[in-house]
Design a binder for this molecule. Structure first.
Ligand code: NAP
Length: 297
């Protein structure tokens, strides 16, 4: 049987890891989509254009769609709510509707920011209560995904890091700019609790789910996957410094809530549904981050 996977946002942080995972597996025919970063390996499709979405899905006929593309920067979303709604919600609707017509399964990538962070850990069926517009838009995308077809799935993930094109690409790796600058004191958030997760681990879990879904229709609904180390950004910064034997005395923890769009305090994801399948992988942060940051030392 030919297995075809369509990956939206394949030029992005998670989408690149997903594309690599499926391409390396060799049993999948893979088509990655991009927008501003389209290149010879990635097809340019504006997924906010319903006709373009229809054309690509009816042309490629995927069995599975991994929908990574989104606006995921909370502070940008606060300023661009209309554009965000078009991308995070309406484009999701177009993708799910077209996928539904050809019987393809959609896995919508979502976020721990759908929770308010007041009563962790959150099971897959916990009641969402997003605190900011980004979280609201992603929750609306989840609802659309499951309303269009209850066969579809949502995978919620927390703060991500992985192979980057520049340090600022991930909210984790961006901290390394200040960690490296040992001559200047820097303040690091030491308030919100996070669970930094390697994109390659998420991609691995996604491929496990995709393979299973082709044989087992019970793979549907909401799933969570997350790293298992509870860290503030200050903890992450110190772990980065230690990974490269850099001093840490210029890094100072800030015990106040972060500024900008409101963030959940601790939105730890309970990953029981994926664990029960015997799936998953959790790269230790100190190993994953050292590997990713090595070229930027
Ligand atoms: N990064 C995190 O820490 C994090 C945490 C939790 C959940 N998530 C979720 O994980 C998913 C992936 O996030 P990410 O960090 O990989 O995002 P990202 O690096 O910001 O990538 C966003 C992707 O969306 C594409 N895109 C933007 N506008 C588009 C349009 N109009 N048409 C088609 N594609 C468009 C971009 O393409 P071009 O760059 O080619 O324009 C890019 O590939 C998102 O759903 C996000 O909500 C991320």
């Amino acid at each position: 049987m030919t297995k075809r996977v369509l990956i939206t946002g394949a030029s992005g942080l998670l989408g690149r890891a997903c594309r690599k995972e499926f391409v390396d597996d060799k049993s999948w025919e893979v088509l990655g989509l991009a927008f501003s970063r389209a290149c010879s390996d990635l097809r340019k499709v504006d997924i906010t254009d319903e006709t373009a979405v229809r054309d690509i899905i009816t042309g490629f006929k995927p069995n599975i769609v991994i929908h990574c593309a989104a606006e995921r920067r909370p502070d940008v979303v606060e300023k661009k709510s209309e554009e965000t709604r078009n991308l995070n919600v309406e484009a999701t609707r177009y993708i799910c509707q077209e996928a539904g017509k050809i019987g393809a399964w959609v896995l919508y990538i979502s976020t721990d920011y759908v929770f308010d962070g007041k009563s962790p850990p959150y099971k897959e069926d916990a009641e969402p209560n997003p605190l900011n517009l980004y979280g609201i838009s992603k929750r609306q995308g989840e609802v659309v995904t499951l309303q269009v077809s209850q066969e579809n799935s949502v995978l919620r993930v927390p703060i991500l890091y992985g192979q980057i094109e520049k340090l600022s690409e991930s909210a984790v790796t961006v901290l390394f700019e200040k960690v490296k600058d040992t001559a200047n004191t820097c303040l690091m958030s030491d308030y919100e609790r996070r669970y930094p997760t390697h994109c390659a681990d998420i991609a691995f879990v996604i491929r496990q789910l995709a393979d299973k879904r082709l044989q087992d229709g019970s793979i549907k609904g909401i799933y969570h996957w997350s790293g298992n180390e509870n860290m503030t950004k200050n903890d992450m910064a110190i772990a980065m410094a230690k990974a490269f034997n850099l001093p840490t005395n210029h890094i100072q923890g800030d015990k106040n809530p972060s500024g900008g769009a409101k963030r959940p305090y601790d939105a730890q994801l309970d990953c029981s549904r994926i664990e029960a399948l015997g799936f998953g992988r959790q790269t230790p942060f100190k190993d994953g981050i050292a590997d990713v940051l090595k070229p930027y030392l």
